[in-house]
Design a protein around this ligand. Structure first.
Ligand SMILES: [Zn+2]
Length: 90
């Protein structure tokens, strides 16, 4: 898995999710949280839990092939939310 290379794609998807489901201030806070992450060391925060004031990690799942593109789902064991991150064909 080339997760480090996928990080910008993951961030783009999670930020879009935050903007769709939260407030602009939430996106700013999430951006600040994201900047504190050490790539390859820290686990990524779940945006859904983040909006609830919780901090729980996302876990990467295997790449799946959709109709038009490949994507990697990231899931949160705490809230069961799942985030599909397109990694090819975008
Ligand atoms: Zn969560």
């Amino acid at each position: 898995m080339d997760l480090l290379r996928e990080m910008p794609l993951v961030y783009r998807e999670l930020e879009r999710w935050i903007l769709d489901n939260g407030q602009p201030d939430d996106a700013k806070r999430f951006d600040a949280r994201w900047r504190g992450i050490r790539p390859g060391v820290d686990r990524l925060p779940c945006p859904n839990c983040f909006l609830d004031g919780e901090d729980h990690p996302l876990a990467p799942m295997d790449i799946e092939k959709g109709v038009l593109l490949k994507f990697r789902p990231w899931s949160c064991a705490y809230c069961s939310e799942r985030f599909d991150v397109p990694i090819e064909g975008t």
